[in-house]
Design a protein around this ligand. Structure first.
Ligand code: MN
Length: 710
């Protein structure tokens, strides 16, 4: 038996097999010991376990094409070293960034890679010498002559066969992956997914191709390319409303990203109970600017499209998402940086998912976010999380200990996740709310998670009121995109008394409405029927904060302005105006008031108007897409704005940094913690989250976190 194996290894193909075996075992160990790939089901474990094989076979088999034995062995060993270096570099990178090395970082192009060298050395660990174990084994095998070079030349045909076998294995791997995660490559949710399903070398190649393509397109751009876009934005700029301009000046701005939240949830009753009683109270409050004709405008990037619009004032990409595809390298002039530079805001994001998801941990630096509290900053033990991260009540309540440390005014964004497809809430998280009994399970569950989110927000607002933050904060809430699909929304329509037989594209378009509410003590609010969409959020918010958006390249307009454009384009080409809903690809037009379909053949005047509006919309998307695709903001810096240097931002050691800032500022520190006589406010946060009953540390604040670390 031993001799058989020995004889096999002493052939060239056998040696290839040995190297594949070693790198395979090593990679799988690294997957489990060093990376957190988020392997959820047995199939995912299986895919992860087999995925190193295919690529390694193909890669090493290239050396078989060298006819002579010695050079062929040497090349094979060099390839082996290359795969090892790639693996080890990713281990080090992962320790620091909990993500895999993007191609741009490897080539030193990205600003993040500056200063990487020294910090990388510091994350090396003693146990890393184990990484060299296989080299020791190989050395011993050669020294003891257990492994010898096979001097015979290798036949080309066999080399071809080996490569093809590797490719076949890789294709099979890809097919299984595609079954487990459809559109893996097309939609790229998270770089971790590519590694989990296809392995690290495949990820590197994939990322290199993507980068090369995007770079090639960008490199053709020059400084004058932005001129027509500047002219467009200037012409379409809407002046601020003097009644509202600056009413929130220097107030904290709190953004609450309501995951998958439809407008129809507001004021809706199921079994005679309000689904979202707390949000309803805000929606109907005199101190809330509420909108009932506000639409999401996302494409395939969904959550990220919503974030992109809100932060940058530009649309998401026509395909894919801005964060993964452009945001890591593009120049941005985004809300956190604008607010910081114009009025000294500190900025932070709170999110219960891992930071690498959608490359947020990289993109947020380009946007100018000072702090990013991702899942690592929360107690994310198993019962506390669901598919997309920490449950909202837990994320919001645990955020208090970080929020109280931010210098005021702050711009803080909370990205909720519990109301995310598949809308499953454990029974113990329910407060007795009895949901609908439509034939569609997803619809019934949707009301439950929305209700949970509503509860979570009420607790959060109570904390804001308790601590006084409420009195000097403007709170903006928006639904990021639809939660229910056109197959599911008719069941909601049925609950609302619609006749399902006549349910059509018009109704579906209406279902794309999401909440947009701006709440502030003393704000002159009310429910506005103005038409608008997510692209209009940023200019509206900035004007309220007293920052004129005239010089910024944002394609939406201030909802409060008299000059606001009420034509709301959807990313699929459909659009709504205050009077009509237009379904572009079917050439259908509906009257908003009655839902009645209009025959355009009998209405040539309207037909002309619609084609004019369509042109306007196309122009708007074109400007936005061009700026993003060609990275044009690098050629234009608005007056009074300083380009963001992402290398100046880090999301490591954030607690220590906040501490230091507070101590350095002494009496002039404006954090809530300082205002509260240097005492934590976390005990003012009351939550009924069952996960915390009995095991919550009452002095769970910065100091105890620090002491634990010591
Ligand atoms: Mn979302």
């Amino acid at each position: 038996m031993f001799n058989k194996i020995k004889n096999l290894i002493n052939t060239r193909i056998g040696f290839l097999g040995l190297l594949v075996f070693l790198i395979w075992i090593k990679t799988v160990i690294v997957y489990y010991a060093d990376f957190s790939l988020g392997l959820a089901d047995p199939l995912q474990h299986f895919i992860a376990i087999i995925n190193p094989i295919g690529f390694a076979v193909v890669f090493f088999s290239l050396a078989l094409f060298i006819n002579k034995a010695k050079p062929s062995y040497i090349v094979m060993l060099i390839f082996y070293v290359i795969l090892n270096l790639l693996l080890y570099a990713n281990i080090l990178y992962f320790r620091e960034f909990t993500n895999f090395i993007p191609f741009t970082t490897m080539t030193g192009v990205s600003a993040v890679s500056k200063g990487l060298g020294t910090s990388t050395l510091s994350v090396m660990e003693l146990k890393d010498v184990l990484f060299l174990l296989d080299f020791l084994i190989l050395g011993i095998l050669f020294a003891t002559k257990v492994v010898k070079f096979d001097p015979r030349p290798y036949r080309k045909l066999n080399a071809v066969a080996s490569t093809l076998a590797g490719l076949a294995f890789f294709s099979l791997n890809m097919m299984i992956a595609e079954c487990n995660r459809p559109q893996l490559i097309g939609r790229t949710f998270d770089q971790t997914y590519v590694v989990k399903y296809l392995g690290i070398p495949a990820f590197t190649v994939y990322d290199a191709i993507q980068t090369a393509h995007a770079d090639q397109v960008k490199s053709t751009a020059t400084g004058t390319d932005i001129d027509p876009d500047l002219a467009y934005v200037h012409k379409n700029y809407a002046k601020p409303n003097s009644k509202y301009f600056g009413v929130a000046k220097k107030k904290n701005i709190i953004i609450i990203h309501l995951e998958s939240f439809h407008q129809f949830l507001l004021n809706m009753k199921v079994n005679d109970q309000e689904v979202t009683p707390f949000l309803n109270s805000l929606y109907n409050s005199d101190e809330t600017l509420s909108y009932d004709n506000f639409y999401h405008q996302v494409g395939s990037g969904k959550t990220i499209d919503a974030e992109t619009m809100l932060e940058t004032g530009l649309f998401g990409l026509p395909t894919g998402n801005y964060f993964n595809h452009q945001g890591t390298t593009n120049t941005a002039q985004a809300a956190p940086a604008i607010l910081n530079q114009q009025q000294g805001y500190t900025s932070a994001v709170f999110h219960g998912n891992v930071g690498s998801f959608y490359s947020r941990d990289t993109v947020y630096k380009n946007l100018g976010y000072d702090y990013f509290f991702d899942q690592n900053y929360f107690n994310a033990e198993e019962n506390n999380t669901m598919t997309f991260g920490l449950k909202d009540k837990l994320m919001l309540s645990e955020s208090a200990k970080y929020l109280e440390q931010l210098q005021q005014p702050f711009y803080a964004k909370f990205i909720t996740v519990t109301n995310h497809y598949s809308f499953e809430l454990p029974d113990y998280d329910s407060d007795g709310f009895v949901t609908s009994d439509t034939p569609n399970k997803t619809v019934n569950q949707y009301f439950e998670t929305a209700h949970y989110l509503d509860n979570a927000l009420e607790e959060f607002f109570n904390y804001l009121k308790q601590t006084g933050l409420y009195d000097n904060s403007m709170i903006v809430m928006y639904g990021d995109h639809f939660g229910l699909t056109p197959d599911q929304t008719p069941y909601v329509g049925q609950l609302q008394g619609y006749d399902l037989d006549s349910w059509n594209d018009f109704n579906n378009a209406q279902m794309q409405k999401v909440p947009f509410m701006i709440h502030m003590k003393g704000l002159k609010g009310g429910i506005s029927h103005k038409y608008g969409g997510e692209i209009d959020a940023l200019p509206t918010i900035l004007h309220l904060a007293g920052i004129n958006t005239e010089n910024y390249l944002q394609v939406g307009t201030d909802l409060l302005s008299d000059q606001h454009s009420q034509i709301v384009p959807f990313r699929n080409g459909n659009f709504v105006t205050p009077k009509y809903t237009v379904i572009k690809n079917k050439n259908e037009v509906y009257l908003n008031k009655t839902g009645e379909k209009i025959d355009l053949a009998l209405n040539p005047e309207l037909k002309d108007k619609i084609s004019k509006w369509s042109q306007q919309i196309k122009a708007k998307f074109k400007v936005s897409d061009k700026i993003n695709r060609l990275n044009l903001l690098r050629f234009y810096t608005p007056t009074g704005f300083k380009p963001v240097d992402p290398s100046q931002y880090s999301y490591q050691n954030q607690i220590e940094r906040l501490e230091k800032i507070r101590k350095d500022l002494g009496n002039s520190s404006t954090s809530l913690y300082s205002k509260n006589d240097d005492k934590s406010t976390t005990d003012m946060y009351k939550t009924d989250a069952p996960e915390l009953k009995g095991n919550r540390d009452p002095i769970d604040n910065l100091y105890s976190a620090e002491n634990k670390a010591k």
